[in-house]
Design a protein around this ligand. Structure first.
Ligand SMILES: NC(=O)c1ccc[n+]([C@@H]2O[C@H](COP(=O)([O-])OP(=O)(O)OC[C@H]3O[C@@H](n4cnc5c(N)ncnc54)[C@H](OP(=O)(O)O)[C@@H]3O)[C@@H](O)[C@H]2O)c1
Length: 175
């Protein structure tokens, strides 16, 4: 089983213009790629703010939406949860999902990375520079990865598939 991130970022490493903005700068080709890889696994985990940027739940996939508020209205194909991520992964595994796509935003990516619950990442780099928010916030450790493969999209964007190798405490190196 693999838990992986799927994210698109600008050439300067930003994932959104703000915490509430929808993605108006990434390519249609990346959207198609996102649809392909997430529909294959059948489940996407996202934060409530990301869910709020969508027009509707992502079809053909169980939309797991992390929120501290438990009294949410019932929406078909959407599961609101405040489960700690470790238990969420266990629950989805027990439901029969072989892989889990974690699709953002910044706070959910940061949570899964800090808790070492992610194995791989598919990161699309769009050839654009924007002002905005980073992929992660306040990381305390470095994360070493290796590149499994890369592919170009029709839009000129580049998808890099990484596998996480290790988490390392940061020690300042003097030169
Ligand atoms: N470029 C990309 O690939 C990409 C992907 C996804 C999103 N984005 C962008 O990222 C932005 C949103 O990112 P964000 O960091 O502000 O928000 P987010 O991670 O999408 O959602 C944050 C919300 O998730 C809930 N949450 C977070 N941690 C939780 C936990 N441990 N337990 C329960 N609920 C938890 C909380 O909801 P409650 O307040 O309801 O408790 C929190 O306010 C948007 O602009 C979106 O477009 C970009």
């Amino acid at each position: 089983m693999s838990v992986f991130f799927v994210a698109v970022m600008s050439a300067n490493g930003k994932i959104s213009r703000s915490h509430t903005a929808h993605l108006d700068w990434s390519s249609k080709a990346d959207l198609m790629w996102f649809k392909h890889i997430t529909t294959k696994v059948g489940v996407v985990v996202m934060g409530k703010k990301t869910f709020d940027t969508l027009n509707s739940p992502l079809p053909g996939r169980l939309n797991v939406v992390m929120s501290h508020k438990s009294n949410r209205q019932e929406i078909p194909n959407v599961l609101f949860t405040n489960m700690p991520p470790k238990f969420l992964v266990k629950m989805l595994k027990e439901k029969g999902f072989e892989d889990i796509a974690v699709v953002g935003g910044q706070s959910v990516f940061t949570l899964f990375l800090k808790e070492k619950l992610v194995d791989e990442m598919y990161l699309t780099y769009e050839p654009v520079i924007i002002e905005g928010i980073d992929f992660f916030s306040n990381l305390e450790e470095d994360v070493r990865m290796k590149v499994i493969n890369t592919k170009s999209l029709d839009s000129g964007a580049l998808v890099v598939h990484y596998k996480i190798v290790s988490w390392e405490k940061r020690y300042g190196r003097e030169v």
